[in-house]
Design a protein around this ligand. Structure first.
Ligand SMILES: Cc1cc2nc3c(=O)[nH]c(=O)nc-3n(C[C@H](O)[C@H](O)[C@H](O)COP(=O)(O)OP(=O)(O)OC[C@H]3O[C@@H](n4cnc5c(N)ncnc54)[C@H](O)[C@@H]3O)c2cc1C
Length: 415
């Protein structure tokens, strides 16, 4: 059986960052991803832009909130011809880094190769073996069949906490009271002339008319959210949502079918309502529907909405969370609650440690958070930050909090 120092499950932004953090700490590191490419929701669900890499506001110069692996990645994106300079939403003061998925996939591969991370794609974690409250090995469903891999420490960066669930860590489904943040399916639309501006009034009117008789009435009847795709005249369009009640495969199947059918209708509405979009066509609904929320495993510490409201800084903090709490409970109408204090809250080490399994760490949207805090920490900029700290912590299981913080800082992570 192959033996590693650290195995990271899931190659989204949290897992990428954890693998880089562990490998830069000198750990022999394996990153396991069920798809044939990395990036998580950014490349499998058409997510529009990196949010949370910078604090809100800050005048001309945004204040970074992550550092570490995300800095490496932004540099590689630049080398590959995509400008990662953040743009500010002038209305909200938030900073976004626009995404082009093919560049992102390649940049992720390049960073991991350069850092010495061993990556296994097309391999899904499907089982665990435990002994004395520790995870001893994980079973992967690889292309050639099942194989077991073992490590001294593991990081669950699967978004849906698959590894921790398989290890028996107790979890809360959604908000614990029957509510889940909804699924959404951003779509990629092509056939637009460069610089096309969407006439919001016309689109809104056309969507209201569609809603009267169309089979997929949208709650985003003011037109949803558009984002540019770098080096392209295509656009991302966030217009399709689907309620989540169980986060089961059956419900996801329903959401996939719904999104594919609705996408065609909405692009027709766009084409018919906008002379500038007369040649618009649907490029992609995404490899899969976007899952905002599923299960939350118990961590040693649970971040709370109050931590974010106050911008709580703490001595056991190992990373920053700077994105506002973005609540999608009213489908299609997100509500943003800003982070208080100095504009970020610390992510404590305990929220990166699964309760009851001593060598299992959490990264990205699996970290310990109550429903309000989750609405902030799940964004990709923060997933980079929590992942980097989790990977470094997994590589240094005996380090005390002060020496761990020093190592994170030395490797470029912001605390
Ligand atoms: C519709 C939508 C829009 C969003 N918009 C934004 C936005 O504009 N900006 C922003 O910053 N955030 C946005 N988010 C939130 C953000 O995309 C996610 O919360 C973020 O991607 C979380 O990163 P992660 O690495 O924790 O998980 P993920 O990105 O979900 O990555 C998890 C990875 O683990 C893999 N995996 C899962 N299970 C296994 C397994 N058993 N074995 C192996 N691999 C496995 C998956 O294939 C995936 O690659 C949005 C989310 C959605 C759904």
């Amino acid at each position: 059986m192959d033996h590693y120092d650290v195995i990271v499950a899931g190659g989204g932004t949290g897992g990428f960052s954890a693998a880089i953090g562990a490998a830069k700490s000198g750990a022999r590191t394996l990153l396991v991803e069920k798809y044939g490419f990395l990036g998580g929701a950014a490349t499998n669900a058409n997510v529009l832009a990196f949010c949370g890499l910078y604090q809100r506001g800050g005048g001309e110069d945004p204040i970074p909130a992550s550092g570490g692996a995300s800095d490496l990645l932004l540099d590689r994106m630049r080398d590959l011809g995509v400008d990662p300079t953040p743009r500010q939403n002038v209305r909200t003061g938030h900073w976004l880094v626009d995404l082009e998925p093919e560049c992102l996939k390649r940049a992720l591969d390049m960073c991991l190769e350069a850092t010495g991370v061993e990556t296994l794609l097309h391999a899904k974690v499907v089982g665990t073996h435990m002994s004395d409250g520790r995870l001893t090995s994980a079973t992967l469903h690889a292309h050639e069949g099942n194989l077991d891999v073992e490590a001294a420490a593991y990081v669950d960066a699967t978004g849906d906490a698959h590894l921790a669930m398989l290890a028996g860590v107790p979890y809360r489904a959604g908000d614990g009271a029957g509510g889940f943040q909804p699924y959404s399916s951003p779509i990629r639309v092509g056939g637009l002339a460069p610089g096309t501006r969407i006439d919001r009034d016309r689109l809104s009117q056309a969507l209201r008319e569609y809603n009267e008789t169309g089979p997929f009435p949208t709650t985003r009847n003011t037109g949803g959210f558009f984002a540019p795709i770098p080096n392209s005249s295509d656009i991302w369009w966030m217009i399709i949502d689907h309620p989540a009640r169980t986060a089961t495969s059956a419900e996801l199947t329903e959401a996939e079918h719904y999104a594919r059918a609705a996408a065609r209708d909405y692009v027709d509405v766009l084409r018919q309502s906008q002379p500038a979009c007369a040649n618009a066509f649907l490029v992609q609904t995404g490899p899969q529907v976007g899952i905002r929320e599923s299960r939350h495993v118990e961590a040693e510490t649970t971040m709370t909405g109050d931590d974010l409201l106050r911008g709580r800084q703490r001595s056991d903090g190992v990373a920053r969370a700077a994105w506002p709490m973005e609540d999608h409970s009213r489908i299609g109408h997100p509500v943003f609650t800003p982070v208080g204090g100095d504009g970020f809250a610390h992510i404590p080490l305990g929220s990166l440690r699964a309760r009851g399994v001593s060598n299992l760490y959490l990264a990205g949207r699996t970290i310990g958070a109550d429903p309000m805090a989750y609405a902030s920490i799940r964004v990709m900029g923060t997933a980079f930050a929590s992942g980097f700290a989790a990977g470094i912590a997994a590589a240094h299981p005996a380090a005390d909090i002060e020496s761990l913080k020093t190592k994170i800082n030395e490797l470029g992570g912001l605390i």
